[in-house]
Design a protein around this ligand. Structure first.
Ligand SMILES: C[S@@+](CC[C@H](N)C(=O)[O-])C[C@H]1O[C@@H](n2cnc3c(N)ncnc32)[C@H](O)[C@@H]1O
Length: 266
């Protein structure tokens, strides 16, 4: 039987998919032929996330390539992009570093807004960097964006200091990963989720590196998980960075924390 909208909608609804209408439309729009449409629908009915089936996810202004090697970009993370753009518009920011670049959604969205800006994205995951490189190419940002395999617990491989450092680090407490929805737990990489025992391990690592890699008067923007913002502020302030602002996402969660390196002796 040929699949049509109503038929797909019925099957998605019966499987408990949250936005069956939207997803039915997207499947029909994106599947190149009937055979692929059937395969995609079967995968979705087994709760593989739609973006991992389609191989792309809309984020900020662009569609980013994604697969199971990268975290699927989340709408909440657009709060960081907006914060970075506001800072770059108002300050003398020449270069930006993203720690844990994943698909590249944050760094590339920011770079695409400013023709003068140069960027470096690091990640510990080689497969994730391959996805980021494809996104760099599709946005034609090769000349202004460098990707490096590096570990932020060392930071020694970084070629220079930066006016702006951004990161959305893994922040799920290890014991809570098994409780996550299977669409996250089974299809986003563990290395992109696991924030250690209390979820704050990566913030400790990044905040101890930050003063060494941020130029004087430069900025650090961090994404926070739910209820983590106050702890993160404390952790980062202990490294001598000053809190500038906390921005909430569309659900009212303190999602984006902005710091500035004001101590010029470091
Ligand atoms: C939560 S994901 C964020 C991905 C992307 N920036 C986004 O917002 O969608 C965190 C990323 O940090 C990377 N990562 C984890 N530990 C790292 C480390 N020690 N050094 C460098 N990257 C790391 C992971 O591979 C993953 O791509």
């Amino acid at each position: 039987m040929e699949l049509d909208f109503d038929n797909i909608l019925k099957q998605l609804s019966a499987a408990g998919i949250h936005s069956p209408r939207l997803e039915a439309r997207l499947l029909l729009e994106k599947a190149p032929d009937e055979k692929t449409l059937k395969q995609m629908l079967q995968e979705r009915l087994k709760h593989k996330p739609l973006d991992k089936i389609l191989g792309q996810k809309e984020f900020y202004k662009y569609a980013f390539k994604v697969n199971t090697d990268v975290l699927s970009p989340r709408p909440d993370t657009e709060t960081l992009v907006e914060a970075a753009i506001e800072i770059i518009k108002n300050q003398n920011i020449q270069n930006v570093l993203e720690l844990g670049v994943g698909s590249g959604c944050i760094l590339l969205s920011v770079l695409a807004e400013f023709a003068h800006l140069k960027g470096v994205g690091i990640d510990i995951s080689k497969p994730a960097l391959r996805v980021a490189a494809e996104n760099v190419a599709s946005l034609k940002l090769e000349e202004r964006c460098q990707l490096l395999e590096a570990d932020w617990t060392t930071g020694s491989q970084l070629p220079e200091k930066f006016d702006l450092v951004i990161s959305n680090p893994p922040y799920i407490p290890t014991a809570e990963i098994s409780l996550l929805d299977s669409e996250v737990r089974c299809y986003d990489p563990q290395i992109a989720l696991d924030g250690g025992k209390d979820g704050l391990m990566c913030y400790r690592q990044i905040s101890s590196l930050a003063p060494k890699i941020i130029n004087d008067a430069g900025f650090l923007i961090l994404e926070a998980g739910i209820h983590q913002a106050d702890d993160i502020v404390q952790i980062v302030q202990m490294q001598g960075l000053a809190l500038i602002a906390i921005k909430k996402d569309l659900s009212g969660i303190k999602r984006c924390i902005i710091f500035q390196k004001k101590d010029c002796n470091r």
